[in-house]
Design a protein around this ligand. Structure first.
Ligand SMILES: [Zn+2]
Length: 174
């Protein structure tokens, strides 16, 4: 699935450092001073015990700015040009795993064998548009009346529902 140009530019920021002139160590890059960062990613990572390295901040910022539930490869395609040094696929994959382990983002599986990433950590369900494959957040309150009881043997603490269907009249632009 290709991300539209609009979706990319919305949360994208660039650093005007030329890699031709010098090639700074990735940890020395001035990411923290970037004004385009809309979320306080550094604080978010720190409160989860994650050291805010530039690659973690770029990936977390990208996920916080999108509702598209991208796959690891889609994250890689979106962020690979955001740093003045190249980001490898492995780095992006490792960073996503580290962010999941720390509870900054979560994995979402709506189809077999395809893991997506979601920075929305609030309790919510997902609606999958079977026409487009879009994964849309449904607030937990929407299914408040849905009671899940599994008898005495299982105590239900929370549940996650994936609903498959069509968006009537198309989807409003974000
Ligand atoms: Zn979600």
């Amino acid at each position: 699935m290709k991300l539209g140009l609009q979706g990319l530019t919305k949360s994208m920021f660039r650093i005007s450092l030329s890699t031709d002139r010098f090639n700074p160590a990735i940890s020395d890059l001035p990411i923290r001073k970037t004004k385009a960062m809309k979320h306080n990613v550094e604080e978010l990572l720190s409160t989860h015990g994650v050291k805010p390295t530039p690659q973690r901040m770029v990936i977390a910022e990208y996920l916080l700015g999108t509702h598209s539930h991208p796959t690891a490869d889609e994250v890689f395609q979106a962020v690979k040009t955001m740093l003045p040094v190249s980001l490898s696929r492995a780095t992006v994959y490792n960073t996503l795993n580290a962010l999941v382990a720390a509870g900054v983002i979560q994995e979402v599986t709506t189809e077999a064998g395809r893991v997506r990433y979601d920075a929305n950590m609030s309790d919510h369900h997902h609606f999958v548009d079977i026409e487009t494959g879009d994964v849309i957040d449904i607030p937990a309150e929407t299914l408040n009346q849905l009671k899940v009881e599994l008898g005495d043997k299982y105590k239900v603490r929370k549940f996650h529902v994936t609903i498959f269907g069509e968006v009537v009249g198309g989807r409003a632009k974000e």
